[in-house]
Design a protein around this ligand. Structure first.
Ligand SMILES: Nc1ncnc2c1ncn2[C@@H]1O[C@H](COP(=O)(O)OP(=O)(O)OP(=O)(O)O)[C@@H](O)[C@H]1O
Length: 275
């Protein structure tokens, strides 16, 4: 673990970092020499068309997958060679909100959000109720405490999943496609919620998305993956000036039809472009 002279984490260092990370499945090279970093309190968006390794990147951060080469730093620690025990400790600081919400089907919304609180222990029932109500209120589903996940829409389930993630008091949240498969109004609300958590709770976050308007709203930094490699890494402002064709196509289409991508000349670069 990297430490400062006072033996705590060095806060000037990135909170999350990929250093030359590569990952293949058989002969399929999913991540190729990928490098980026995120400081505490920053939000990074990972963009790219389907299958370029966005979710695989998140799974590497969580330690569900291990890179073939390169180093991964999470919560100021080099987790590359960590086993399950160390990763459980890291996952208390860094949590992931899955597209599905991954809620427990047989538990009510309130019980789902209470779950990490009960696991942690040390709280009275009345305190748990109060925290759960506060979190559900915060994510805009305060009136749904006694419903089962099956009774909720996809977007509502995701809001509850965010409340459950927050109940573990994480330092960092990873969002996998938070606005996919919901209507534009719900997408807007989820985007606002993630933005609120960024500013009010100062959470570090990584957002995997196809949704360019969401990325522009949230990101301090963006990376574009194309065939597993980073073809752009920079700020939203630098992205606007990027000459990388796939970046321009994303900017123009704003997240709709990706079927026409694939004829991109990645050699034309601008500030922030990689290569
Ligand atoms: N555990 C695994 N075993 C084998 N192949 C995998 C595994 N996980 C991911 N892949 C493959 O890696 C590639 C990248 O997957 P990934 O889920 O990261 O894509 P993505 O960029 O998130 O795409 P989408 O936007 O469609 O979710 C895909 O071809 C996928 O089939």
């Amino acid at each position: 673990m990297s430490t400062s002279p006072t033996n705590g984490p060095d806060r000037d260092k990135p909170y999350l970092q990929f250093e030359n990370v590569s990952k293949s499945f058989g002969t399929k090279h999913v991540l190729r020499d990928v490098s980026w970093s995120v400081k505490s309190g920053e939000t990074m968006c990972i963009l790219g068309r389907s299958g370029v390794g966005k979710s695989v990147s998140l799974h590497n951060i969580m330690g569900f997958l291990k890179p073939d080469s390169g180093r991964i730093h999470v919560a100021y620690e080099d987790i590359t060679d960590y086993g399950e025990k160390d990763m459980e400790r890291i996952r208390k600081k860094v949590t992931m909100v899955f597209q599905s919400g991954a809620l427990f089907d047989s538990l009510t919304v309130g019980e789902n959000v209470a779950f990490p609180l009960r696991e942690r222990g040390g709280l009275e029932e009345a305190q748990i109720f109060q925290i759960v109500d506060g979190l559900l209120e915060m994510v805009g589903v305060g009136h749904m405490r006694d419903l089962l996940p099956a009774e909720l829409s996809t977007g509502m389930r995701r809001s509850v999943a965010i409340a459950r993630a927050l109940s573990a008091e994480p330092e960092c949240i990873l969002y996998d496609e938070p606005t996919t498969m919901v209507d534009p109004m719900m997408a807007h609300l989820l985007g606002d919620l993630i933005q609120k958590l960024k500013y009010q709770l100062k959470l570090t976050s990584v957002v995997v998305t196809h949704d360019m308007s969401l990325a522009k709203k949230l990101a301090d930094k963006l990376i574009f993956l194309y065939e597993g490699a980073v073809v752009f890494y920079g700020t939203p402002k630098e992205m606007e000036q990027s000459k990388v064709e796939i970046v321009q196509e994303f900017l123009e289409l704003d997240s709709t039809d990706f079927s026409t991508f694939g004829t991109t000349d990645l050699r034309r670069h601008a500030p922030g472009d990689i290569g």
